[in-house]
Design a protein around this ligand. Structure first.
Ligand code: MTE
Ligand code: MO
Length: 522
């Protein structure tokens, strides 16, 4: 192995050790790490321009990919700075200094980062990186010295060195030991930090104080469904299966004891409330279907849950909204914002400050301790999780997070329908159920029709709904005949308006078009 290759290894190991160790203080204290702060800046900066990436709006897989991307780029830079530092020693120190500054700068732009912890972890990381790098480069000196005849040819060889073969063997062994130790620090730091974070999450979930029972709750009979078809999405989606979309690289951990919600802006009496005060108010419970604007036709970024909370109107009435306050903007502890017209929030639709989901306090992933749920609006303009502030402002004054990134300012949920069953592309002949869900929150669904192989549209059976805020399950039974088939579905909303057949991509205001599915009957 050439000295250059070994120097690259030294650079990679040093960066890995620095990254691994940098995770520890931030995991122990909670909040963003250097890596997630850098990744988060990347998301904020490029979420709009990387359309495809943004369309999938950071599903969990994208988040892992982003973090891995940040780490890989850092390691590649390490592979370059190793050999460079062999010639010019200052380069290694300068590179780690630059890494540290970048981490601190990104951390300072991240509302979830604790600044002192970020600075401490950047200094720790740079120090560990520098120590590992120089210790390893130093062990390459005998090899360099043996090769380079003139002692002045390279600054590293300037000092008198023992060029005996015994010393070179010891150096090689030392290099291996440092490689092992550096890798152990990297893997150990990352692993222990992960464990600490997941433990904090578990503890936080376990310690969530229970919510008082709601004063009103939807009739359980309405939620029981008249038919059940294997593979059909349940009317109420269990929290563990509920889709999750947000820009957060780490789930915000909010301390319920110190959390406060501020109602501010164009109101007569701005105020703050604690979680205890909110929980002591009269709580209502409403099933509402929420959907992501990124949901493709036939996609699963949609779900129906029973939300428990305080009507938004109650809080706004207490604050006294100015008549010229045309926009309500929710802000999250992580800096995310989403805004919708005041008129929409107060038009009598279900609009909740939700504290609970499906009978339990919100989980951390779904916005604990409080989020907004506004029936009929896509999540990115309404459903702010980890809510810290509700601000009354004007539509002109503030754009929510996704608006400058190319998404529509106003975004009512489009009437849509989806086929869940058959899930498989192979079906046995005979009596078969086709089934799925259809939604037009606030308007409700009056009719669902299915079409087989471009025949006539047939009316499907509808399940029960608790209100027009939720989706409805539908089912159609037919006698499956052998051959290849295609099925399409379309819905009509509660006002009698049909779902559009016009195909549209999710950007800028939601996908549309009929969902179809092809399958073979044998
Ligand atoms: N703080 C915060 N809240 C957020 C988001 C976010 O990125 N950050 N994403 C919104 C979007 S785009 C959607 S679709 C819904 C998804 O809510 P869920 O993850 O509970 O299903 O949350 C909304 N609330
Ligand atoms: Mo979304």
């Amino acid at each position: 192995m050439t000295t250059r290759t070994r120097a690259s290894i030294a650079g990679v190991v040093a960066v890995a050790a620095a990254l691994g160790i940098s995770e520890l203080p931030t995991a122990a204290s909670g909040g963003s790490s250097l890596i997630t702060a850098v990744g988060g800046r990347f998301v904020d900066r490029f979420a709009g321009s990387l359309k495809d990436f943004a369309v999938r709006t950071f599903g969990t897989g994208d988040k892992a990919a982003l973090v891995i991307g940040v780490v890989v780029v850092a390691l590649l830079i390490g592979a370059v700075i190793g050999p460079q530092s062999l010639r010019r020693r200052w380069i290694g120190a300068a590179a780690f200094g630059a890494f540290a500054l970048l981490g601190v700068a990104c951390g300072f732009a991240d509302p979830q980062a604790k600044r002192l912890v970020i600075i401490g972890s950047a200094i720790l990381a740079a120090s560990v990186g520098i120590v590992v790098l120089y210790a390893m480069l130093r062990l390459l000196e005998p090899a360099m010295a043996a090769k380079v005849k003139a002692p002045t040819a390279a600054s590293v060889a300037a000092r008198p060195m023992d060029r005996s073969p015994g010393n070179r063997t010891a150096s090689r062994r030392g290099f291996l030991v440092w490689t092992g130790a550096g890798t152990a620090v990297a893997v150990g730091g990352a692993g222990v930090s992960r464990a600490i974070r997941s433990d904090r999450l578990t503890v936080a979930v376990r310690n969530r104080p229970a919510l008082p029972a709601p004063a009103s709750t939807p009739a359980p009979g309405l939620i029981a469904q008249p038919f059940s078809v294997e593979g059909l999405t349940p009317y109420i989606v269990p929290t563990a299966d509920f889709y999750r979309i947000d820009t957060a690289l780490i789930v915000p951990q909010v301390n319920p004891a110190t959390w406060k919600l501020k109602i501010t802006g164009m109101v007569d009496h701005p105020f703050e409330v604690t979680l205890d005060e909110l929980a002591a108010m009269e709580l209502v419970e409403q099933p509402v279907t929420i959907a992501c604007v990124s949901n493709e036709v036939g996609g699963d970024l949609i779900g129906n849950a029973i939300w428990r909370g305080v009507p938004l109107k109650k809080l706004l009435d207490r604050a006294g909204v100015h008549p010229d306050a045309t926009q309500i903007v929710g802000r999250s502890v992580d800096g995310f914002t989403a805004g919708f017209p005041t008129a929409v929030g107060l038009d009598g639709r279900t609009a909740l400050l939700a504290l609970g989901m499906n009978g339990e306090p919100l989980t951390s992933k779904h916005g604990y301790p409080a989020r907004l749920i506004i029936a009929g609006l896509y999540g990115y303009v309404s459903a702010t999780k980890w809510l810290s502030e509700i601000k009354l402002t004007t539509l002109d004054a503030v754009d929510g997070y996704w608006i400058p990134r190319g998404w529509a300012k106003e975004a009512p949920v489009k009437t849509e329908s989806r086929i869940d069953v058959p899930r498989s592309s192979r079906v046995s002949s005979g009596r078969t159920a086709v089934a799925g869900v259809a939604w037009a929150p606030t308007r409700g669904i009056s009719k669902v029709e299915v079409q087989l192989d471009s025949g006539d549209w047939a009316v499907a059976k509808l399940g029960a709904v608790a209100s027009s805020d939720t989706w409805v399950q539908w089912m159609y039974e037919w006698d499956a005949k052998p051959g290849n088939h295609v099925i399409a579905v379309r819905a009509t909303d509660g006002t009698g308006a049909p779902q559009t057949a016009e195909q549209a991509d999710p950007a800028p205001d939601g996908a549309s078009g009929y969902h179809t599915r092809r399958f073979a009957v044998s």
